[in-house]
Design a protein around this ligand. Structure first.
Ligand SMILES: [Fe+2]
Ligand SMILES: [Fe+2]
Length: 205
């Protein structure tokens, strides 16, 4: 795959289709469309909207889970081999590394794509260090896109009733943390508590 060079959204979509399962492909297209919708809906202008014929929200949505289906050890080895630096959290929970790995793979396919787009893809797994409009829209879209059937339409509308993208992301994060606790999966991870604090600071609460 690393020798492929692609120039259009259609080509990126074709590569994604060959790389991931049908379910993941449908999810990624949903994230792409929803990220664009959110950026528009919240009137976001402070991001690099287009580059070389690609649109930010659509590109990041299609690319964000390119490596999501790599098994943990393969993902860690892929990052090591390509000099992708991982945090201790990503090494301990390899699934978290798919953001950075996918951002790297996107760069192999589309060399020189914007750094801010790369950061948004890298940050989508934890939300950490992803507090610009594009990264926040991608994080929210990943959770609310239409194929996420665990969400009701009413809940989707409730999230979208938030006055800002930051408030919307905060509401989702609080629900995620409450859900983990309720199901007894685990208490909120260190990363999600850090993101919660970052968002509270941004919201001034
Ligand atoms: Fe992901
Ligand atoms: Fe995703």
């Amino acid at each position: 795959m690393s020798d492929q060079r692609i120039c259009t959204t259609e080509q990126l979509s074709d590569v994604l289709k060959k790389t991931v399962s049908e379910r993941r492909f449908i999810h990624s297209v949903g994230v792409a469309q929803t990220t664009c919708m959110l950026l528009d809906y919240y009137g976001c202008t402070d991001y690099e909207k287009t580059w070389n014929g690609f649109e930010a929200g659509y590109f990041c949505g299609l690319a964000h889970d390119l490596c999501r289906e790599m098994p943990g050890p393969v993902l860690i080895e892929y990052c090591r081999k390509n000099g992708v630096h991982l945090t201790k959290w990503e090494i301990e929970s390899p699934v978290l590394a798919h953001g950075k790995a996918s951002a790297f793979m996107a760069g192999q396919l589309v060399p020189g794509y914007p750094e801010s787009w790369k950061r948004a893809i890298e940050a989508h797994t934890t939300g950490l260090n992803g507090l610009d409009d594009l990264a926040q829209a991608l994080f929210v879209a990943d959770f609310i896109e239409p194929s996420r059937t665990f969400l009701t339409e009413e809940k989707r509308r409730e999230y979208l009733a938030n006055p800002s993208l930051t408030a919307c992301e905060y509401a989702i994060l609080c629900d995620m943390i409450a859900h983990w606790k309720e199901k007894g999966y685990h208490d909120a991870s260190e990363g999600s508590l850090l993101l919660k604090r970052e968002l509270e600071e941004k919201l001034g609460i």
